[in-house]
Design a protein around this ligand. Structure first.
Ligand code: SAH
Length: 251
Protein backbone atom coordinates (compact mmCIF):
# COMPACT_ATOMS: atom_id res chain seq x y z
CA UNK A 1 0.00 0.00 0.00
CA UNK A 2 1.26 3.49 -0.77
CA UNK A 3 2.40 5.53 2.21
CA UNK A 4 2.11 9.28 2.65
CA UNK A 5 3.40 11.48 5.40
CA UNK A 6 1.37 14.34 6.84
CA UNK A 7 1.79 16.87 9.62
CA UNK A 8 -0.06 16.10 12.83
CA UNK A 9 -2.57 18.90 12.27
CA UNK A 10 -3.72 17.27 9.02
CA UNK A 11 -5.10 14.36 11.03
CA UNK A 12 -8.60 15.07 12.33
CA UNK A 13 -11.46 13.10 13.86
CA UNK A 14 -11.64 10.02 11.64
CA UNK A 15 -10.20 11.84 8.64
CA UNK A 16 -6.91 12.94 7.21
CA UNK A 17 -6.03 15.56 4.62
CA UNK A 18 -3.09 15.01 2.30
CA UNK A 19 -1.72 18.23 0.81
CA UNK A 20 1.35 19.45 -1.08
CA UNK A 21 3.25 17.48 -3.72
CA UNK A 22 1.58 14.20 -2.73
CA UNK A 23 -1.71 15.40 -4.23
CA UNK A 24 -0.25 15.53 -7.74
CA UNK A 25 1.44 12.20 -7.09
CA UNK A 26 -1.86 10.57 -6.08
CA UNK A 27 -3.90 12.19 -8.89
CA UNK A 28 -1.60 12.16 -11.86
CA UNK A 29 1.21 9.72 -11.21
CA UNK A 30 -0.46 6.91 -9.29
CA UNK A 31 -3.88 7.81 -10.82
CA UNK A 32 -5.65 6.66 -7.68
CA UNK A 33 -9.43 6.82 -7.31
CA UNK A 34 -11.72 7.37 -4.33
CA UNK A 35 -12.20 4.08 -2.51
CA UNK A 36 -8.56 3.03 -2.78
CA UNK A 37 -6.58 2.47 0.41
CA UNK A 38 -3.43 4.26 1.52
CA UNK A 39 -1.33 4.37 4.67
CA UNK A 40 -0.93 7.80 6.18
CA UNK A 41 1.75 8.43 8.76
CA UNK A 42 2.51 11.36 11.01
CA UNK A 43 6.15 10.31 10.78
CA UNK A 44 6.34 9.71 14.51
CA UNK A 45 3.89 7.81 16.59
CA UNK A 46 1.17 6.37 14.45
CA UNK A 47 0.22 4.87 11.10
CA UNK A 48 -3.32 5.27 9.76
CA UNK A 49 -4.81 2.87 7.26
CA UNK A 50 -7.19 5.04 5.23
CA UNK A 51 -9.66 4.90 2.36
CA UNK A 52 -9.62 7.83 -0.04
CA UNK A 53 -12.87 9.80 0.05
CA UNK A 54 -12.18 12.59 -2.40
CA UNK A 55 -9.36 13.73 -4.63
CA UNK A 56 -9.28 17.49 -5.18
CA UNK A 57 -6.75 19.62 -7.02
CA UNK A 58 -4.95 20.72 -3.87
CA UNK A 59 -6.01 18.18 -1.28
CA UNK A 60 -6.92 14.54 -0.89
CA UNK A 61 -9.26 13.62 1.93
CA UNK A 62 -9.29 10.08 3.32
CA UNK A 63 -11.27 8.31 6.03
CA UNK A 64 -9.29 6.56 8.74
CA UNK A 65 -10.16 2.86 8.88
CA UNK A 66 -7.57 1.72 11.37
CA UNK A 67 -4.92 3.23 13.58
CA UNK A 68 -1.70 1.42 14.49
CA UNK A 69 1.52 2.18 16.32
CA UNK A 70 4.14 3.44 13.87
CA UNK A 71 6.15 0.81 12.05
CA UNK A 72 9.69 0.92 10.88
CA UNK A 73 9.67 3.85 8.48
CA UNK A 74 11.74 7.02 8.39
CA UNK A 75 9.55 10.13 8.14
CA UNK A 76 10.95 10.93 4.67
CA UNK A 77 11.34 8.89 1.51
CA UNK A 78 14.99 8.47 0.58
CA UNK A 79 15.66 7.22 -2.96
CA UNK A 80 19.13 5.74 -3.51
CA UNK A 81 20.24 6.17 -7.11
CA UNK A 82 23.14 3.74 -7.12
CA UNK A 83 25.67 3.62 -9.95
CA UNK A 84 25.77 -0.07 -10.90
CA UNK A 85 28.73 -1.64 -9.10
CA UNK A 86 30.71 -4.71 -10.08
CA UNK A 87 30.14 -8.29 -8.97
CA UNK A 88 27.69 -8.86 -6.13
CA UNK A 89 28.14 -5.49 -4.44
CA UNK A 90 24.62 -4.37 -5.28
CA UNK A 91 23.30 -7.15 -3.05
CA UNK A 92 25.16 -5.84 -0.01
CA UNK A 93 24.11 -2.28 -0.80
CA UNK A 94 20.43 -3.22 -1.07
CA UNK A 95 20.42 -5.27 2.11
CA UNK A 96 22.10 -2.55 4.16
CA UNK A 97 20.18 0.33 2.58
CA UNK A 98 16.90 -1.39 3.48
CA UNK A 99 18.05 -1.84 7.08
CA UNK A 100 18.91 1.86 7.18
CA UNK A 101 15.46 2.88 5.96
CA UNK A 102 15.83 3.54 2.21
CA UNK A 103 12.51 3.96 0.40
CA UNK A 104 13.54 2.83 -3.06
CA UNK A 105 16.76 1.73 -4.77
CA UNK A 106 17.31 2.70 -8.39
CA UNK A 107 20.26 1.02 -10.12
CA UNK A 108 21.79 3.51 -12.57
CA UNK A 109 24.02 2.86 -15.59
CA UNK A 110 26.53 5.73 -15.66
CA UNK A 111 29.45 6.57 -17.96
CA UNK A 112 31.90 4.58 -15.84
CA UNK A 113 29.62 1.65 -15.13
CA UNK A 114 31.53 -1.46 -16.14
CA UNK A 115 28.86 -4.16 -15.96
CA UNK A 116 26.63 -4.58 -18.95
CA UNK A 117 23.32 -6.29 -18.40
CA UNK A 118 21.19 -7.44 -21.31
CA UNK A 119 17.41 -7.41 -20.80
CA UNK A 120 17.25 -11.00 -19.66
CA UNK A 121 20.11 -10.70 -17.20
CA UNK A 122 18.70 -7.44 -15.89
CA UNK A 123 15.32 -9.03 -15.28
CA UNK A 124 16.89 -11.87 -13.31
CA UNK A 125 19.04 -9.45 -11.29
CA UNK A 126 16.17 -7.10 -10.49
CA UNK A 127 14.12 -10.06 -9.33
CA UNK A 128 16.94 -11.27 -7.10
CA UNK A 129 17.54 -7.74 -5.75
CA UNK A 130 13.87 -7.36 -4.85
CA UNK A 131 14.02 -10.68 -3.02
CA UNK A 132 16.96 -9.35 -0.99
CA UNK A 133 15.03 -6.15 -0.24
CA UNK A 134 12.08 -8.20 0.94
CA UNK A 135 14.06 -10.34 3.37
CA UNK A 136 15.97 -7.33 4.68
CA UNK A 137 12.66 -5.48 5.19
CA UNK A 138 11.23 -8.37 7.17
CA UNK A 139 14.37 -8.87 9.21
CA UNK A 140 14.68 -5.20 10.10
CA UNK A 141 11.01 -4.57 10.90
CA UNK A 142 10.15 -2.26 8.04
CA UNK A 143 6.49 -1.49 7.37
CA UNK A 144 6.99 -1.48 3.62
CA UNK A 145 9.11 -3.53 1.27
CA UNK A 146 11.36 -1.03 -0.49
CA UNK A 147 11.31 -1.54 -4.22
CA UNK A 148 14.35 -2.04 -6.42
CA UNK A 149 13.48 -0.68 -9.87
CA UNK A 150 14.90 -1.66 -13.24
CA UNK A 151 18.21 -0.15 -14.33
CA UNK A 152 17.88 3.50 -15.42
CA UNK A 153 20.20 5.60 -17.53
CA UNK A 154 21.73 8.60 -15.77
CA UNK A 155 19.41 10.94 -17.64
CA UNK A 156 16.34 8.89 -16.73
CA UNK A 157 17.46 8.96 -13.11
CA UNK A 158 17.79 12.76 -13.17
CA UNK A 159 14.28 13.02 -14.61
CA UNK A 160 12.90 10.64 -11.97
CA UNK A 161 14.26 12.90 -9.23
CA UNK A 162 12.96 16.05 -10.85
CA UNK A 163 10.16 16.80 -8.39
CA UNK A 164 12.13 15.79 -5.26
CA UNK A 165 12.48 18.20 -2.34
CA UNK A 166 16.17 17.57 -1.71
CA UNK A 167 18.69 15.91 -4.01
CA UNK A 168 22.41 15.45 -3.63
CA UNK A 169 25.20 13.89 -5.65
CA UNK A 170 28.15 13.00 -3.42
CA UNK A 171 31.32 13.82 -5.38
CA UNK A 172 34.81 13.20 -4.04
CA UNK A 173 36.08 16.43 -5.65
CA UNK A 174 33.48 18.61 -3.94
CA UNK A 175 35.19 20.74 -1.35
CA UNK A 176 34.32 21.18 2.29
CA UNK A 177 31.42 19.98 4.39
CA UNK A 178 29.48 23.26 4.50
CA UNK A 179 27.46 22.34 1.42
CA UNK A 180 26.83 18.89 2.84
CA UNK A 181 25.57 20.30 6.12
CA UNK A 182 23.38 22.78 4.34
CA UNK A 183 21.78 20.25 1.97
CA UNK A 184 21.34 17.52 4.59
CA UNK A 185 19.94 20.14 6.97
CA UNK A 186 17.09 20.81 4.56
CA UNK A 187 15.56 17.36 4.86
CA UNK A 188 12.43 17.02 6.94
CA UNK A 189 9.30 14.87 7.40
CA UNK A 190 7.26 14.12 4.31
CA UNK A 191 10.01 14.96 1.83
CA UNK A 192 11.29 13.03 -1.15
CA UNK A 193 15.07 12.91 -1.02
CA UNK A 194 17.32 11.72 -3.89
CA UNK A 195 20.89 10.50 -3.35
CA UNK A 196 23.10 9.79 -6.38
CA UNK A 197 26.15 7.57 -5.82
CA UNK A 198 28.72 6.85 -8.52
CA UNK A 199 30.05 3.37 -9.36
CA UNK A 200 33.64 2.29 -8.51
CA UNK A 201 35.11 4.69 -11.07
CA UNK A 202 33.05 7.62 -9.79
CA UNK A 203 31.15 10.19 -11.85
CA UNK A 204 32.58 12.10 -14.79
CA UNK A 205 32.67 15.88 -14.51
CA UNK A 206 30.10 16.10 -17.27
CA UNK A 207 27.64 14.02 -15.26
CA UNK A 208 28.12 16.28 -12.23
CA UNK A 209 27.43 19.29 -14.49
CA UNK A 210 24.36 17.64 -15.98
CA UNK A 211 23.08 16.97 -12.45
CA UNK A 212 23.82 20.55 -11.37
CA UNK A 213 21.72 21.71 -14.32
CA UNK A 214 18.70 19.95 -12.78
CA UNK A 215 19.32 21.44 -9.34
CA UNK A 216 21.28 18.59 -7.80
CA UNK A 217 24.03 19.69 -5.44
CA UNK A 218 27.46 18.03 -5.51
CA UNK A 219 28.47 17.41 -1.89
CA UNK A 220 31.50 16.04 -0.10
CA UNK A 221 31.31 13.10 2.31
CA UNK A 222 34.54 14.03 4.02
CA UNK A 223 38.27 13.85 3.44
CA UNK A 224 38.48 10.17 2.61
CA UNK A 225 37.47 8.39 -0.58
CA UNK A 226 34.72 5.94 0.27
CA UNK A 227 33.99 2.89 -1.81
CA UNK A 228 30.77 3.00 -3.75
CA UNK A 229 29.13 0.56 -1.31
CA UNK A 230 30.16 2.68 1.68
CA UNK A 231 29.12 6.08 0.34
CA UNK A 232 25.35 5.47 0.08
CA UNK A 233 25.28 3.74 3.44
CA UNK A 234 27.01 6.67 5.09
CA UNK A 235 24.50 9.09 3.59
CA UNK A 236 21.57 6.94 4.70
CA UNK A 237 23.00 6.66 8.22
CA UNK A 238 23.44 10.41 8.56
CA UNK A 239 20.05 11.25 7.06
CA UNK A 240 18.39 8.63 9.26
CA UNK A 241 19.98 10.21 12.31
CA UNK A 242 18.83 13.68 11.31
CA UNK A 243 15.29 12.53 10.61
CA UNK A 244 14.90 10.40 13.70
CA UNK A 245 16.35 12.93 16.10
CA UNK A 246 14.20 15.61 14.49
CA UNK A 247 17.28 17.76 13.87
CA UNK A 248 16.14 21.24 12.89
CA UNK A 249 15.43 21.62 9.19
CA UNK A 250 16.88 24.84 7.76
CA UNK A 251 14.32 25.64 5.10
N1 SAH B 1 37.07 6.49 -8.43
C1 SAH B 1 37.01 7.56 -7.55
C2 SAH B 1 36.16 7.26 -6.32
C3 SAH B 1 34.75 6.87 -6.58
S1 SAH B 1 33.99 6.39 -5.13
C4 SAH B 1 38.39 7.86 -7.07
O1 SAH B 1 39.12 6.90 -6.81
O2 SAH B 1 38.74 9.01 -6.96
C5 SAH B 1 32.37 6.01 -5.65
C6 SAH B 1 31.33 7.05 -5.32
O3 SAH B 1 31.23 7.24 -3.93
C7 SAH B 1 31.59 8.42 -5.89
O4 SAH B 1 31.14 8.55 -7.21
C8 SAH B 1 30.80 9.32 -4.94
O5 SAH B 1 29.44 9.35 -5.31
C9 SAH B 1 30.95 8.60 -3.61
N2 SAH B 1 32.06 9.09 -2.78
C10 SAH B 1 33.09 8.37 -2.29
N3 SAH B 1 33.87 9.12 -1.49
C11 SAH B 1 33.33 10.35 -1.46
C12 SAH B 1 33.66 11.57 -0.78
N4 SAH B 1 34.72 11.68 0.00
N5 SAH B 1 32.87 12.63 -0.98
C13 SAH B 1 31.79 12.55 -1.77
N6 SAH B 1 31.44 11.43 -2.45
C14 SAH B 1 32.18 10.33 -2.28
Amino acid sequence: MYRFFVEEDQIGQGRVAIVGGDVNHIRNVLRMRPGEKVVVSDGKERDYCCRIREIGTDRVVADILEENPAGGELPARIYLFQGLPKNDKMELIIQKAVELGVYQVIPVATRRTVVKLDKKKEEAKVKRWNGIAESAAKQSGRSIIPQVTGVMSFKEALAAADRFDVKVIPFEHASGMDGTRQEFGRIGPGMDVGVFIGPEGGFEDEEIELAAGTGIKAVSLGRRILRTETAGLMVLSVMGYLLETGAPAQR
